[in-house]
Design a protein around this ligand. Structure first.
Ligand SMILES: [Zn+2]
Length: 148
């Protein structure tokens, strides 16, 4: 399974992860999905309302607004992103417990420190586990839009 992620959007997620450091940033990814790939077309950064610094919980208002915008664009919310400050770019135990939605993409950005570098990886939740995805770049014209 492939995640087509424009370089610009990956750079934005990594910048958000550094801005939030040492707390976690979080948000949703708008895009389209096919049989073998998901494509991210826009990001919706969200307020993290988790009470612990090593958790994330997307503010329900931000979640709702992202769903509404995606729908208006004829797209879907295909996944979420969050950061693991000084952690690993893979689902934590807490993420595994919260996994939930089938075929939902999880992008994790792990800044090693306040100044980076940031390691980023993507997973798709399928049949009760997270499967690693290949990150790919879009081919052809830059069709990226931003809603931020
Ligand atoms: Zn996590």
């Amino acid at each position: 399974m492939k995640l087509i992620l424009p370089r610009m959007l990956q750079a934005r997620i990594e910048a958000l992860a550094l801005n939030a450091f040492p707390a976690e940033c979080c948000g949703l990814m708008e895009g389209v999905s096919g049989d073998a790939a998901f494509a991210v077309l826009a990001l919706h950064s969200a307020r993290n309302i988790a009470s612990a610094p090593d958790r994330f919980e997307i503010h329900p208002e931000d979640h709702f607004a992202a769903l509404k915008t995606a729908r208006a664009n004829g797209r879907a919310i295909i996944g979420c992103y969050h950061s693991h400050p000084r952690g690993e770019p893979r689902p934590s135990e807490i993420d595994r417990r919260g996994g939930g939605e089938e075929n939902f993409v999880w992008l994790i950005a792990a800044p090693a420190g306040a100044g980076g570098p940031v390691a980023t990886a993507a997973f798709v939740y399928s049949a009760t586990s997270f499967l690693a995805m290949d990150l790919a770049r879009p081919v052809g014209a830059d069709f990226v839009t931003s809603s931020e």
